[in-house]
Design a binder for this molecule. Structure first.
Ligand code: ADP
Ligand code: ASP
Ligand code: MG
Length: 426
């Protein structure tokens, strides 16, 4: 049994969904398929609750766009003018939105429920397509299987409660060719919908993988695998063919969007190999992530994380700050604390002391602090760019530095060129 997850761009329209289907039929094993919402839909849904309270016309425009996107998909993929399962679900979304507008407020729980519709729309349509193509597929409600705590917007899954449901899924896979499941969603103990955080469908795939004891988890996306840096910023980025779980955790920790940071925990726990593959270039072998670990000195990847907050303070961090944020780095000396946060809404207002905005660039690999090549390249670059502070994170496996947003892309390009495009440093 395997798990295959397709991200938003991999199912963005009818032609992408056909590509995803092609990858699925090329597998001989029973598969559990996890889908994100179609590209762009979650962003619109995320904006809706506030718009319903502040700008009803804009909210209506977003609802119309969401409706139009999926009806076009249905027409092109299913050759239907009207697909009742979608119409009913869309009506449910519309009624839910009306409820929020009438009430004039919304809770985190309502927000999570509203945003979860994106994954429902894509899975309802894709499940129907698979059946139309002759597959014996079944659509499940992921929230009934993935149990989480009450943190509605970035929920943590409850391992034992969730694992207990695995048996049911494994049995279903004996009866059906395919199980189609929504990514990104779970539910708390009371059955209320929770979200696993933005990009959380990768995490769903790994949780399902652990539940059904999959032999492999395949994450399909829009690039050939994990690269030496984000290919959207550095077109010359190189593909990395094999990485270990801890190496990839470091990249995602610092914000490499290609995989959600929590994804690998369940896979590591169950020792299931994870592959990152390209939906639109299926002959490429992608990147395989495995347990074996090499400790050779090697620089593997650069991550640019934008819009972080650096806080110089003497105060202890409150629980609210810890809950509301993700800390990328923290150190203390003589009562003075330096904390670097991923930026989150409202965080800045909660912080005491001096706060600055900064981008960070992380250099990840094995024993990067021993790489003389890196020191050489950094030395040359740093003499040209001012205002940089260097930190070491994740011990010897990542070094990162802060950099003003006006220079960060340029610096990333220069670093990449110095480290990867000329002869590789030691
Ligand atoms: P999906 O919708 O499939 O989940 P995402 O947009 O979340 O896709 O992640 C894929 C994107 O991650 C790529 O298009 C690429 O721009 C970005 N990315 C950032 N860092 C890397 C990296 N090191 N390797 C590959 N892709 C990266
Ligand atoms: N649709 C969700 C998001 O855009 C989850 C995901 O794509 O993984 O964040
Ligand atoms: Mg993603």
């Amino acid at each position: 049994m395997i798990v295959m997850k397709f991200g938003g761009t991999s199912i963005k329209d009818a032609s992408a969904m056909k590509q995803a289907y092609k990858a699925i039929v090329n597998q001989s094993k029973p598969s559990l398929i996890v889908l994100s919402a179609c590209s762009g839909i979650t962003n619109m849904l995320v904006s809706l609750p506030d718009l319903l309270l502040s700008d009803k016309n804009k909210a209506q425009e977003f609802l119309d766009n969401i409706y139009a996107h999926h009806t076009k998909l249905i027409e092109e993929l299913l050759s239907l003018k009207n697909f009742p399962a979608f119409e009913t679900t869309f009506l449910e979304l519309r009624d839910f939105c009306e409820g929020i507008a009438i009430l004039g407020e919304y809770s985190d729980s309502n927000f999570a429920k509203l945003v979860s519709f994106g994954e429902w729309f894509s899975t309802i349509i894709f499940d129907e397509f698979c059946r139309q193509m002759g597959k014996n597929s079944i659509l499940i409600d992921s929230s009934k299987f993935i149990k989480t705590n009450d943190n509605f917007l970035a929920a943590k899954y409850l391992v034992s409660e969730t694992k207990a449901e695995g048996q049911k899924l494994a049995q279903m896979l004996n009866q059906y060719d395919l199980i189609i499941a929504q990514g990104f969603i779970g539910s708390n103990q009371l059955g209320k919908i929770t979200l696993l955080g933005r990009g959380g469908s990768d995490f769903s795939a790994a949780i399902f993988g652990e539940m059904i004891k999959a032999s492999e988890i395949q994450i399909y996306t829009d690039v050939d695998g994990i690269m030496s840096t984000d290919p959207r910023v550095v077109p010359n980025a190189l593909q990395l063919h094999k990485l270990s779980f801890p190496q990839v955790r470091r990249l995602s920790f610092f914000g490499a969007k290609v995989i959600h940071p929590d994804t690998l925990l369940p896979a590591m726990e169950a020792n299931i190999p994870v592959k990152i593959l390209n939906t639109f270039n299926q002959s490429n072998p992608g990147t395989t992530i495995v347990a074996e670990y090499s400790d050779e000195i090697e620089i593997q990847s650069l991550v640019l994380k934008r819009d972080c907050l650096i806080n110089y303070t003497k105060e202890t961090l409150t629980n609210t700050i810890i809950e509301k944020s993700r800390i990328l780095y923290s150190s203390e000396s003589d009562g003075q604390r330096i904390v670097i946060f991923e930026n989150m809404p409202d965080l800045r207002n909660l912080l005491e002391g001096e706060v600055e905005e900064t981008d960070i660039i992380a250099i990840c690999g094995n024993n990067v602090n021993k790489s003389t090549g890196l020191l050489r390249v950094m030395h040359t670059l740093l003499t040209h760019i001012a205002g940089i502070e260097i930190f070491t994170g994740f011990s010897r496996h990542a070094i990162f530095f802060t950099c003003h947003k006006d220079y960060s892309e340029k610096l990333l390009l220069m670093l990449h060129s110095g480290l990867f495009e000329t002869k590789r440093p030691d």
